[in-house]
Design a protein around this ligand. Structure first.
Ligand SMILES: [Fe+2]
Length: 453
């Protein structure tokens, strides 16, 4: 099934109607962009009268008083101020989109879990109705923790818009192409790319090529940042220049419209008479962005042993405790394996952090079977896991020549908080009941009389 729609109607100077969106390179830069010449005030933020009859408005992504190296805000110059994009609110129900704390007493989250891809449905679904929460962690009200979701989207949002006051969304497409038409411009996102939509930013989602399926990490806490590279130095992993923020784009359209807001885990609607995507120019460092995971430059073992998987971190959202992330987004992609006299796959372990993985494409080295593209796994706080029997035997007896791990791209949402399964994850999603059996045949090999090898 394929769903094609006409291109977005957003207009920008750099991206005439119906063409590919334009982007500006850099991570956390102080960007400036205008869709009409002279729309962006120069040398000041709040002139007495803005050009084109625009209204000036600030969007604050951090407290006014946040340290300057963390302070994020964007000045918008728009057709109507945001107070015109909000009216009285009516509570609505999106029963499959859950927020922490959400602990179902009938669901056991303790254990190792793995799911086949959640299948597409015959029923059409939008970005909002197609969101399925798998796990929640922390507390949305105190702005700590996260949720993981699967999205299944077949239909574009029409005269409908959304923002989450609760969270920043990290989107990892696995099938299909989506277009995020945001207040600050347009992001087209395909599999092997990611998009980040900041807290409070209005947008709608269009399906360019569907049906679309992917993973979402909903970050309740401090924003994602690049991890410190330490002794690695100034280059490799995810480089700043490869992140892309959109150029300004706007629509001047009067039509009955619905804005849905996620706020403290609840959903509300408000009705307005126009598109709220009306920012003609903006400047600042609080913006959506995308990143092509194929640009990720992994660094790893080159003689023996291998580092902790944190070496593959793409983005890290701090928790306030130094070195302990609220969420790490970690990528396992193609790379060479060259370590000598080394068990090369991930070792057996238990972890205070809880690990939710998803397969974007190909085969994961520790689980050659069963963890398939579109599938997910959860190894919760302090629950043991590691290679299955075949992966262990293969890696223990392999001829350790340089070997390229090819055709592989998986990721991990790793959080300091335990993750709780939703009833959907436990009862409706295609849970593999026999997953735990992958370790069943691991043998006792110990022979105390055999001496040193
Ligand atoms: Fe692990």
């Amino acid at each position: 099934m394929s769903t094609k729609i006409k291109p977005s109607t957003l207009t920008s100077a750099q991206t005439p109607m119906g063409t590919t969106p334009g982007y500006m390179p850099g991570f956390g830069n102080d960007f400036e962009t205008e869709a009409l010449p002279g729309a962006l005030p120069q040398g000041m933020n709040s002139p007495q009268k803005c050009n084109y009859g625009l209204y000036g408005e600030q969007l604050s992504g951090t407290a006014f008083t946040a340290p300057s190296h963390q302070n994020e805000r964007t000045w918008c110059y728009r057709i109507r101020p945001s107070v015109k994009h909000s009216h009285r609110y009516t509570k609505i129900d999106l029963p499959y989109w859950k927020s922490a704390p959400y602990i179902d007493p009938d669901v056991i989250s303790l254990g190792q879990y793995r799911w086949d891809p959640v299948p597409h449905s015959e029923r059409s679904s939008t970005w909002l109705t197609g969101m399925r929460t798998m796990t929640t962690a922390g507390d949305v009200n105190t702005q700590v923790g996260m949720a993981s979701h699967i999205y299944l989207v077949t239909e574009s949002m029409k005269d409908a818009y959304f923002f989450s006051a609760d969270s920043e969304l990290l989107i990892v497409p696995q099938e299909g192409h989506l277009r995020f038409c945001t207040e600050l411009g347009v992001l087209d996102v395909a599999p092997q790319e990611i998009a980040i939509i900041p807290r409070g930013l209005l947008y709608r989602v269009e399906v360019l090529d569907g049906p679309a399926r992917g993973f979402v990490c909903e970050n309740y806490g401090q924003k994602f940042d690049l991890p410190g590279r330490g002794p690695i130095g100034a280059n490799c992993l995810a480089n700043r220049r490869d992140f892309k923020a959109p150029v300004a784009a706007f629509e001047d359209r009067d039509a009955p419209s619905t804005v849905t807001i996620k706020w403290c885990g609840q959903f509300h609607e408000t009705k307005i008479g126009h598109s709220p995507l009306d920012v003609v120019a903006w400047h600042g460092n609080y913006a959506p962005y995308k990143y092509d995971l194929k640009n990720y430059c992994p660094v790893g073992a080159i003689l023996f042993d291998h580092p902790d998987p944190s070496i593959y971190t793409v983005l890290s959202a701090p928790s306030g405790q130094e070195g302990t992330a609220n969420i790490d987004f970690v990528l396992f992609r193609e790379r060479w394996m060259v370590a000598e006299d080394t068990f090369r796959p991930p070792w057996y372990h238990k972890n205070i952090m809880s690990e939710l993985m998803g397969n974007i494409y190909g085969q994961y080295d520790a689980k050659p079977k069963g963890f398939i593209p579109g599938g997910m796994s959860l190894h919760n706080m302090m629950i043991p896991h590691g290679p299955d029997k075949n992966a262990f035997e293969g890696a223990s007896n392999a001829d350790l020549k340089p070997h390229k791990l090819d055709n592989t791209m998986s990721f991990m949402f790793e959080t300091r908080f335990p993750q709780h399964l939703t009833p959907f994850a436990a009862n409706e999603a295609p849970l593999q009941d026999d997953y735990i059996d992958c370790w069943h045949d691991i043998e006792k090999k110990f022979d105390g009389s055999s001496g040193k090898k």
